[in-house]
Design a binder for this molecule. Structure first.
Ligand SMILES: *Cc1c(COP(=O)(O)O)cnc(C)c1O
Length: 395
């Protein structure tokens, strides 16, 4: 059996999105900046897509700019707010310890440039506390950046409330909504955000395309210089087929959002209940305030990488930690932030489901994963030490 359970890394593209990609690539190949009719027809498609995406997010058409994806959108929002803040002598940025590296590494860079970066902790449930946000926001603060849903452990953050705090205190607020858009209701007005990042390949669109919502009046500076595309805020010939495919993927996701979430959440909870039966295991993140498709576990006494490779042999594609950290030996910063010690954090597994996940696949994973965990423990020196009482169990 083949099970694709790594939709949080990249979701399988929707058929309708792929068809739209080829249709637009064939029929609207003109450059939207060209003055001839082929160019103008392409420009009309671009404008139409911008309006449709804006509409789905509760934004205005001129508040959406198209980018190459989540990383670029996060980078541009944060760099813009920082530049604007610096000019006014505000050099403090507040974010969280569990952000994606697209945010964290941008903040590290700004730190080297003299910004004060405060990364708020999260509880063992993986959720930021509002009091911590309130305590840190001061007159030196130019930006707060808190993700809507976490990519590793799926926890949903109280972004609506954080947005309100920022609005009251007149501080710019960015949210990385890459894991959330297409998977839960996202309305930029309800979130009171100034910037919101999204990426098509996380909801069934193509890779290499995304968008940034920028509230009218919020500062925005280009990362890429060149032509006057995207109102001069993002140079480069627009990736029109990808933008059109992203639009279709988002419309399709949101049209079936409620029924999809109901079904996927039930499958998620079944898988969680089954994996919990494995001794010395633990679910990562809040059991309820989490994405419908996210199942994240730590298993004591094993290495997540070995687990990943062995379940891959059984046809199950999953992830340990985040795709961006795998390959390095450091355990995931997110798992450390929720209080998992190094040894335990190394034994992590993320299964991310989609609307195409079936009951049979859940049953198959529920059967095969415990067997692989048991096998890996049988050859693990750490597990032997635990069993012989030379180490104490943490989970
Ligand atoms: C995937 C992801 C990103 C990066 O998006 P890309 O389109 O791959 O650049 C940023 N933030 C989160 C939370 C993500 O899951």
């Amino acid at each position: 059996m083949q099970v694709y359970a790594d939709n949080a890394a990249t979701a399988k593209p929707k058929k309708a999105a792929l068809e739209e990609y080829t249709r637009v690539a064939e029929e609207f190949f003109g450059n939207p900046s060209s003055l001839h009719s082929a160019g103008q027809r392409a420009k009309e498609v671009l404008t139409d897509c911008r309006g449709r995406i804006a509409n789905l997010l509760g934004a205005e058409e001129n508040e959406i700019i198209f980018t190459s994806g989540g990383s670029e959108s996060d980078n541009q929002a944060i760099e813009s707010a920082a530049k604007f803040g610096r000019a006014k002598g505000k050099t403090k940025i507040i974010s969280t310890a569990i952000e994606h590296h697209a945010v964290l590494h941008t903040l590290e860079k700004l730190k080297k440039e003299g910004f004060e970066i405060v990364l708020l902790p999260v509880g063992t449930d993986g959720i930021v506390k509002l009091e911590d946000v309130k305590k840190e926001v001061d007159e030196k603060t130019c930006l707060v950046s808190v993700m809507l849903a976490n990519n590793e452990i799926g926890t949903i953050q109280p972004v609506e409330e954080i947005g309100k705090i920022c609005k009251e205190r007149k501080v710019l607020f960015h949210t990385d909504a890459v894991q959330a858009v297409g998977h839960m209701k996202v309305d930029v007005k309800a979130l009171s955000c100034d910037y919101l990042a999204l990426s098509a390949h996380k909801f069934g669109g193509p890779r290499g395309v995304g968008a940034l919502y920028v509230r009218k009046g919020a500062p925005l500076y280009p990362l890429i210089e060149g032509g006057a595309q995207e109102k001069g805020k993002r140079a480069g010939t627009e990736n029109l087929p990808a933008v059109a495919a992203m639009t279709v993927a988002l419309e399709d996701s949101l049209a079936h959002l409620e029924e999809t979430n109901k079904r996927v959440t039930a499958l998620r909870d079944k898988l969680i209940a089954n994996l919990k039966k494995i001794p010395h295991s633990a679910l990562n993140g809040d059991p309820v305030k989490r994405l419908g498709g996210n199942v994240s576990f730590c298993f004591e006494g094993i290495e997540g990488e070995s687990l990943l490779l062995l379940i891959d042999d059984k046809g199950i594609c999953a992830s340990s930690g985040s795709a961006c950290t795998s390959g390095s030996l450091d355990p995931s910063h997110v798992l450390l932030a929720i209080g998992r010690v190094h040894d335990v954090a190394h034994g992590s597994l993320r299964l991310s489901l989609s609307e195409e996940t079936t009951e049979e696949e859940i049953d198959y994973m529920s059967r095969e994963i415990p067997k692989v965990v048991e096998y890996l423990r049988s050859i693990s020196p750490v597990w032997r030490d635990l069993q012989e009482g030379k180490r104490t169990y943490i989970l």
